[in-house]
Design a protein around this ligand. Structure first.
Ligand SMILES: Nc1ncnc2c1ncn2[C@@H]1O[C@H](COP(=O)(O)OP(=O)(O)O)[C@@H](O)[C@H]1O
Ligand SMILES: [Mg+2]
Length: 240
């Protein structure tokens, strides 16, 4: 694991309008590492991802990704540089086929019509075989779990260095959540940096290396995922 983290979030304060949402949030993610941020509804998890993606400017603090300050780089350029955000609610294109949704990801990384495209597509079809079976169907006809797999695969077609996911388990059955979280663990083991935002604390901790609990916009607790798992009662008290 590299000693310089790929993502470094340092003492972020962020507001929406006049309301302060994040207070002094710091964390880092290295290549090959899966870090989870867990917190209840309204804790500020989505706001944190929006700051990292430079969709929302922080009031104070720094975000550094792959050696550059993200507040200086447009969000779409950050994506080109390998910072990819799978938003809450998936945002696949329901009227397009599964295959066409994957092409959109490839186009964003400029690998369409190349051997790289075929290779990436085959890799995603092996990761989630159901996507190969359903490749010609409208994405909107897939189950919620299949749509989440598609959202993850589309993001991976962009060849991220850092993959950030906002509550991928939302609304999914536990066995589907397991498939998705195991795929994220595998990505980290392949060397990608993964930042996983979740409310389902124990499931996220079971695949993460390190974890932070976000409460009312502050990091209330941090540690290795295995240490935090031992204190389920404490974690649940923070999640309310
Ligand atoms: N567009 C907005 N306008 C006003 N308040 C917002 C807006 N978006 C989020 N908030 C508030 O910011 C806080 C954190 O929201 P969010 O980051 O979405 O939390 P989480 O993702 O952890 O549920 C919440 O109190 C929420 O009500
Ligand atoms: Mg959210």
């Amino acid at each position: 694991m590299s000693s310089t983290p790929l993502l470094k979030v340092d003492a972020i304060d962020a507001s929406i309008g006049a309301i302060n949402i994040l207070h002094g949030v710091s964390l880092s993610v290295a290549s090959g590492e899966l870090v989870t941020v867990i917190g209840a509804n309204g804790a500020g998890k989505t706001t944190l991802l929006r700051v990292i993606s430079n969709v929302l400017k922080p009031r104070a603090g720094q975000v550094e990704f792959d050696g550059v300050s993200t507040t200086e780089v447009d969000a779409y350029r950050l994506a080109r540089r390998g910072l990819i955000h799978v938003p809450q609610g998936r945002q696949i294109v329901p009227t397009l086929s599964v295959y066409d949704n994957l092409i959109i990801g490839a186009e964003c990384s400029e690998i369409v019509n190349s051997d790289d495209f075929i290779e990436s597509l085959e890799r995603e079809y092996s990761r989630f075989p159901v996507l190969r079976e359903r490749k010609d169907l409208a994405a909107g006809s897939l189950s919620g779990g299949e749509q989440q797999m598609l959202a993850v695969s589309r993001a991976l077609m962009m060849r991220p260095k850092l993959l950030m996911l906002d509550e991928p388990s939302l609304g999914l059955a536990p066995q589907i959540v397991r498939i998705i979280l195991n795929a994220l663990r595998q990505l980290a083991d392949e060397g990608i940096a993964v930042l996983l935002i979740e409310q389902v604390a124990m499931a996220a901790l079971s695949v993460a290396d390190n974890a932070h609990v976000l409460r009312n916009g502050k990091i209330a607790l941090s540690g290795t995922a295995s240490d935090l798992r031992r204190d389920q009662a404490l974690i649940e008290s923070y999640l309310g």
